[in-house]
Design a protein around this ligand. Structure first.
Ligand code: GDD
Ligand code: MN
Length: 361
């Protein structure tokens, strides 16, 4: 077969598969939730905040949780600091002393072992029936975020719930906002169908007993949030992104690409280690699609470019058209995401970045 024809087929598959998945997802979006929520449900809750050098954010984070309209006698907050060098733990301790009506524990790890290990330390001592994870540098704009989150867990079929994300800035050439818009639609659609394999550490709530059953947060995979949710889903529970639960996430002004690549690395590690065959039947097509889209699909693009480049004049026109299309935001967002996924796959061969350098936000 003509290399140019093969290149065109690869391009068609590369763009056609995610489009087809998106169209299918839009159909799932129309489904009813089939979840019995209860906004009066107030189980005991533990909120875990892992920190490494977060002096800039820790007080605001604690204030924000304190201001949540959740019964204070049913709310425990555990800060696990991994030997920060900027005084984060002292700040958290001072905050706790100034708010004696809040149940705040500050755990200081003698060395930095990574975020998942810190979350496990919090899980080991947690008293809440629901275990919520968050992080220092994201905002919960809703005063009733906790109430909304746990309301989904009132349903015995739901094991875990997460938020949707709004980026605080649009990112370079608008690609972060555009990417998030697309991702949020997929997360919601997958949740309506059954469960989403991608969770957000900015706000994720799990039934504590289920987290303990799966052995807590994985130490060999960066996507602690998503991997735990997928394991809970594999036990037959729903793991959903809630349509009315939002978090605002800071977007790094420097090192944006580095940030995207590290997160893509963690996502790839998680999807590689999550077998679709073990998922409950309604989740299987979701996992298969996401595994294909993240692990394989990006590579069709460079393969097509290489084939086309070998095929001369008409191909050059095609490549020029491909480059010119970068002016179009969704295409630019998509292409950037493919590059991040490929860079992440290559970097994973060398270093899994389980302990990472914070990107300035
Ligand atoms: N205790 C502890 N120990 N906390 C840590 C460590 C550590 O070694 N490393 C990072 N953290 C804390 C940070 O202080 C922050 O509160 C949270 O974990 C997330 O780290 P960020 O550096 O802010 O990363 P992000 O915003 O890009 O995080 C996203 O990606 C991660 C995976 O790459 C989130 O989705 C995280 O939930 C996710 O784990
Ligand atoms: Mn963060």
């Amino acid at each position: 077969m003509d290399p140019l024809a093969v290149a065109l087929v690869l391009v068609a598959v590369h763009f056609g598969t995610p489009l087809a998945y998106y169209v299918e997802a839009k159909r799932w979006l129309k489904k009813p939730w089939d979840v019995k929520r209860d906004l009066q449900h107030t189980p005991t809750v533990t909120v875990a905040i892992p920190t490494y050098n977060e002096t800039k954010h820790i007080e605001e984070k604690l204030d924000e949780i304190y201001r949540q309209g959740y019964p204070r006698d049913r709310l425990e907050i555990i800060v696990v600091d991994s030997a920060s060098s900027d005084g984060t733990a002292e700040k958290a301790r001072r905050w706790a002393a100034a708010h004696p009506d809040a149940d705040v524990k500050v755990v200081e790890e003698p060395e930095r072992r990574g975020k998942a290990a810190a979350l496990n330390a919090a899980l080991a001592m947690a008293r809440g029936e629901v275990f919520v994870i968050t992080e220092a540098d994201c905002r919960w704009p809703q005063r009733d975020a906790l109430k909304r989150a746990v309301s989904w867990l009132a349903d015995p079929t739901v094991g875990a719930v997460t938020c949707l994300k709004k980026p605080a800035a649009d990112g370079p050439a608008g690609i972060e906002a555009c990417y998030r818009g697309y991702y949020n639609v997929l997360r919601l659609a997958e949740s309506k169908k059954w469960a989403t394999p991608i969770f957000h550490g900015e706000l994720a709530a799990y039934k504590t007993e289920l987290l303990r059953k799966i052995g807590g947060f994985p130490l060999d995979i960066g996507a602690d949030d998503s991997h735990t949710a997928a394991k809970i889903a594999a036990m037959g529970y729903r793991a959903v992104a809630a349509e009315d639960l939002w978090c605002v996430e800071a977007v790094p002004h420097n090192d944006y690409h580095k940030w995207r690549i590290r997160r893509a690395q963690h996502l790839l590690q998680h999807l590689l280690k999550t077998p679709a065959a073990e998922a409950p039947p309604p989740m299987r097509p979701i996992l298969l699609a996401e595994k294909y889209l993240h692990l394989a699909n990006p590579w069709l693009l460079p393969a097509a470019v290489a084939l086309a480049a070998a095929a001369t004049p008409p191909a050059l026109a095609l490549l020029a058209a491909g480059a010119a299309a970068l002016a179009f935001k969704p295409y630019r967002t998509w292409t950037a995401a493919q590059l991040y996924l490929m860079a992440a796959a290559v970097k994973n061969l060398r270093d899994k970045e389980l302990v990472w350098e914070k990107q300035g936000k």
